[in-house]
Design a protein around this ligand. Structure first.
Ligand SMILES: C[S@@+](CC[C@H](N)C(=O)[O-])C[C@H]1O[C@@H](n2cnc3c(N)ncnc32)[C@H](O)[C@@H]1O
Length: 268
């Protein structure tokens, strides 16, 4: 697991602007899951509530868990601005490998590569056990992650690349983002060093921020095995967010899983 510091500190306030494209990418599918299965809903790694808050159209109650105080702070601001009554949503600071909310959910979602923040098999198994313990009988765990192709990485490896220039949603200042990433193909890790430059209207840098974040990407056979090991059964898997079949060429791996034969779910 990457360090204990808040690795979204400089991204939280701009996350929703930076990742706005995701809202036409994975969100319709995740919303359809909330509509189909209903709540109560738990999102692990809920961040700013990008997924969780729109889901409130389909569920009565939801809990979001995240370890980043800055993402949760932005999530709370988004909740206030959303008009969703605050008593319907609980945002909890916790590590997704070990939390106990004292209740069970009909649907657990993990959107936006949250699962790739888990480093080791033990991290995955701890997180999956925690999710399993929070599912109601017959509940679903739905998540999606990209399928990384090594060839794509070669273009990004050890190069300083311009990512985007956006306007800070609160200050209105321009922010230019640059990434320098390294890939360890054996360990399946991506270490991204990001420089965020705050610019004045002439484009001169008035402040520079540095962040480092590590992700471990997994391939579908590994994820299937970990899910099975943790007692999940994959009910459906897709290769995109339009419910297309998963194939060797798919760019995403999306699953709907249930808990397999849990003892406490059997009738007495
Ligand atoms: C890429 S963001 C996704 C946010 C949101 N789900 C979305 O789709 O917009 C990943 C989130 O997972 C959280 N996260 C990563 N590792 C975590 C852990 N071990 N426990 C709790 N949250 C974690 C991060 O703080 C971050 O907010």
């Amino acid at each position: 697991m990457t360090g204990t510091t808040d690795d979204y500190l400089h991204e939280a306030e701009i996350y929703d602007v930076l990742w706005a494209d995701l809202n036409s990418f994975d969100l319709p599918f995740l919303l359809s899951m909330a509509a189909e299965f209903g709540g109560p809903l738990l999102e692990i790694g809920c961040g700013t509530g990008r997924v969780l808050l729109p889901c409130m159209e389909h569920v009565d109650r939801a809990v979001g868990v995240d370890r980043s105080p800055s993402m949760l702070e932005q999530g709370r601001a988004n909740l206030s601005a959303s008009g969703v009554p605050e008593e319907r949503v609980r945002l909890v600071e916790a590590d997704l490998r070990s939390f106990d909310l004292g209740e069970r959910f009909n649907l657990v979602l993990a959107g936006g590569q949250t699962m790739f923040h888990l480093e080791t098999d033990d991290d995955w198994l701890a997180a999956l056990a925690t999710i399993r313990d929070h599912l109601q009988p017959g509940g679903r765990f739905v998540a999606g992650v990209p399928v990384f192709q090594e060839a794509d990485f070669r273009d990004y490896h050890k190069k300083q690349l311009f990512v985007d220039e956006i306007r800070h949603p609160r200050t209105g200042l321009r922010i230019a983002l640059w990434d320098y990433s390294t890939f360890d193909f054996e360990k399946q890790s991506i270490t991204r060093r990001r420089v965020s430059e705050v610019l004045d209207e002439q484009g001169l840098v008035i402040e520079r921020r540095h962040d480092i974040r590590k992700n471990i990407y997994r391939f579908p056979p590994e994820m299937r095995k970990l899910l099975e090991q943790a007692g999940f059964r994959i009910e459906a898997e897709y290769g995109d967010y339009d419910r297309g079949p998963y194939t060797e060429e798919s760019e995403d791996f999306v699953w709907v899983a249930t808990v397999e034969g849990r003892k406490e779910d059997q009738p007495c």
